[in-house]
Design a protein around this ligand. Structure first.
Ligand code: NAD
Length: 233
């Protein structure tokens, strides 16, 4: 399939996990992909999603080079497993700044160009923890609930201007992020998943690609769960 032929896509957090799989998938399907992350490499441009100046620089560069941004995937994120009573303010700010502020800044800086062009698709990466509570993970839950709220609000705000805004809500996915967690915690999530397995990054990338693609032209403001049935429990 070449669903993204002639299209330009920006993916944040593209050096690892779900972001890397998404960048690969969009490129395989014909997009010019600008993969971004905290550290530049041969295939990645430096973009700290929490820094507005980084967004301004990157969007200016991409528009100068390619003249358009058709797709933004706000994927960059960080975890956090602490309970409220032990979470210090600095860690709260770190999680909120990446997951929530980063998503806001990404949307802010692509939307004016998308509105001018009368087309665009944004896919935000939320989590099952936006809606399903597990103990701990306080700032992460808060930030991902905000991602869902921003997605729905932006979808309604820009629906009549040709811009669609959707989210995916992954369940437990085998990535470097979850590899950092204690194995008992990871196993508890898998045990709570009706399919009794974790997902792989390509399974989330498939859902992101669907939401970003022209075939999803009438889909906006939705949250597509990729969770092995976790949501249904
Ligand atoms: P990952 O750690 O493999 O990849 C995340 C990437 O984001 C890394 O390359 C990291 O450098 C980058 N990043 C972190 N802070 C950044 C910043 N300030 N600016 C730019 N890039 C930054 O993690 P992953 O599991 O692939 O997670 C990707 C997204 O999926 C995150 O938003 C995460 O919350 C979400 N998610 C993951 C799971 C899971 O089980 N893995 C489940 C639900 C949601």
């Amino acid at each position: 399939m070449n669903r993204f032929e002639g299209m330009v896509a920006i993916v944040t957090g593209a050096a690892s996990g779900i972001g890397q799989a998404t960048a690969d998938r969009l490129a395989q399907e014909g997009a010019v992909v600008i993969g971004t992350d905290l550290t530049a490499s041969a295939t990645i441009r430096e973009l700290n999603v929490a820094e507005e100046a980084d967004w301004i620089r990157t969007i200016d560069q991409v528009r100068a080079e390619h003249g358009r941004v058709d797709v933004l995937v706000n994927n960059a994120g960080r975890g956090g497993s602490q309970w409220y009573h032990e979470l210090d303010v600095e860690e709260w700010d770190r999680v909120i700044n990446v997951n929530q502020r980063g998503t806001y800044l990404g949307m802010k800086h692509v939307l004016s160009g998308m509105v001018d062009a009368g087309r665009g698709a944004i896919v935000n990466v939320a989590s099952i923890f936006a809606t399903h509570a597990v103990a701990g993970n306080s700032a992460y839950h808060a930030s991902k609930a905000a991602v869902v709220g921003m997605t729905r609000n932006a979808a309604v705000s820009y629906a009549d201007r040709g811009v669609r805004v959707n989210a995916v809500a992954p369940g437990w996915i085998d990535t470097p992020l979850t590899a950092l967690q204690p194995s008992e915690l990871n196993q508890s999530y898998i045990d709570a998943t009706p399919m009794r397995r974790g997902g792989v990054p390509g399974e989330v990338a498939s859902a992101i690609a669907f939401l970003a693609a022209p075939e999803a032209a009438f889909v906006t403001g939705t949250v597509l769960h990729v969770d092995g049935g976790y949501r249904a429990t």
